[in-house]
Design a binder for this molecule. Structure first.
Ligand SMILES: *Cc1c(COP(=O)(O)O)cnc(C)c1O
Length: 412
């Protein structure tokens, strides 16, 4: 049986990229903002690293296959996709750990101030990291939380660091980074930006926006696999000013001479000083291979398709009369959102479970949001149409009321 190609997919310049991914059988996947799909090329590259590099070459691979430099070489590949020049991005640790490092660095650079300004509905780990630092540093770190709407106006001469996530994980709202950064500069505050829902999903330019530090994930829109290491960007101006170590995680691989095994810590030059311990090589290899899928596309094409998919989703929901039943809490102006949409309904959890039972993977975010993530490299317009039709049936028949869909698992 052949099915007609959706007219919007016919016109899509990225349509061919879908073939580079393993699409699970009978599955429509709209959760690439939590965990991207696997590409067979990534699978192949990891297999090769397992069999040949670890299996045959074992410890010699640190030099022979460049394992030791992977955090930097992969970091530079990410850097190209976020507007960073070479040598200023590193791939290591988790986003949470990287937040800790850059927050400490920013507080140290702006050490005559103590306020970290952020938003109440920032991603929890961002806020927890500050709370932990606050607990340790006492007077030298004070977290102040404001609403997204007032953030711009709340930046002032007391602000040491503005900590902001560009795209809200729950609502998909995209904050105006250029304005926030400009205001921060005027007030002498530094910016720490979490790009978890931006990197790989929309154009980012850390240099044009004069961002001081940035962090983000690789397992979301970069499709690097579960628990793949995160990235960390630092502006060149901060890497040059070498007064003392920029952060307190004195790991041996961030040392100026790790294999001299000196008693005392001295930070490496440049971005390498943000390394801590031994990198997770197999995961880094996966990040490396996953990033190759971005080699022949532009972030502008990705953004165009992302907006195309989300706008089409809203159009289909509207056609089925679903927007009154479960209102969209994401910005209706496409430019003001990231690559996701969120819908509010008291039964959002059960609706999400009912969708999954129909082969449509989306996710639920407490307290009552159904979240749909659009991955422009592999999602199609046909999938949008089909998923919304299934959602319409679920809502019409109130299938979400079935007891089986009310059971909550550990990870939601
Ligand atoms: C997914 C996400 C994280 C995840 O942090 P990890 O340390 O990798 O678990 C951090 N920040 C934001 C905004 C996220 O969406």
């Amino acid at each position: 049986m052949t099915t007609a190609v959706h007219p919007l997919d016919k016109e899509d310049p990225l349509a061919h990229k879908r073939a580079a991914f393993h699409i699970p059988a009978n599955t429509i996947y709209f959760d690439g903002n939590s965990l991207g799909l696997m590409a067979p090329s990534v699978h192949e590259r990891v297999n090769q690293a397992l069999r040949h590099e670890w299996g045959d070459d074992v410890i010699t691979s640190w030099n022979k296959h460049g394992w030791i430099d992977l955090p930097l070489t992969v970091g530079d590949k990410i850097g190209r996709l976020i507007g960073a020049p070479e040598g200023q991005t590193i791939c290591c640790d988790s986003t949470s750990i990287n937040l800790f490092k850059v927050l400490c660095a920013a507080l140290q650079i702006n050490s005559d101030r103590s306020e970290i300004l952020s938003t109440t509905d920032n991603f929890p780990t961002d806020l927890y990291m500050v709370q932990g630092i606050e607990q340790w540093l006492g007077e030298r770190c004070k977290l102040r939380l404001v609403s997204e709407d007032s953030l711009l106006n709340e930046i002032n001469e007391n602000t040491a660091v503005v900590l902001v996530t560009e795209v809200n994980f729950r609502t998909g709202r995209r904050l105006p980074m250029a304005h926030i950064s400009q205001r921060a500069k005027q007030c002498g505050a530094l910016t720490v930006v979490d790009l978890a829902h931006s990197a790989g999903a929309l154009p980012v330019d850390v240099v044009a926006n004069e961002i001081d530090f940035a962090v983000g994930c690789t397992y979301k829109y970069f499709n690097a696999g579960p628990g793949a290491p995160a990235f960390l960007y630092a502006a060149e101006r901060h890497l040059k000013q070498q007064r003392q170590p920029l952060h307190p995680l004195y790991g041996w691989l961030g040392h100026a001479a790790p294999f001299a095994f000196e008693v005392n810590y001295a930070p490496a030059d440049g971005i390498r000083q943000f390394l801590t311990g031994t990198p997770p090589v197999l995961s880094l290899v996966a990040v490396d291979a996953a990033l190759d899928l971005f080699a022949d596309v532009t972030m502008s094409d990705i953004r165009t398709k992302s907006i195309g998919l989300s706008s089409y989703w809203l159009e289909c929901m509207d056609k089925h009369g679903l927007l009154d039943v479960m209102p969209c809490i994401s910005p209706v102006v496409a430019d003001e959102r990231g690559s996701q949409l969120a819908f509010q309904h008291a039964e959002a959890y059960a609706i999400c479970q009912a969708l999954i039972a129909e082969g449509v993977i989306a996710d639920f975010r407490a307290p009552e949001y159904l979240r749909i993530g659009f991955a422009p490299l592999y999602n199609s317009y046909a999938e949008v149409e089909s998923a919304v039709s299934r959602l319409a049936v679920i809502m019409q028949e109130k299938r979400y009321l079935n007891a089986e869909f009310q059971q909550r698992s550990k990870v939601t």
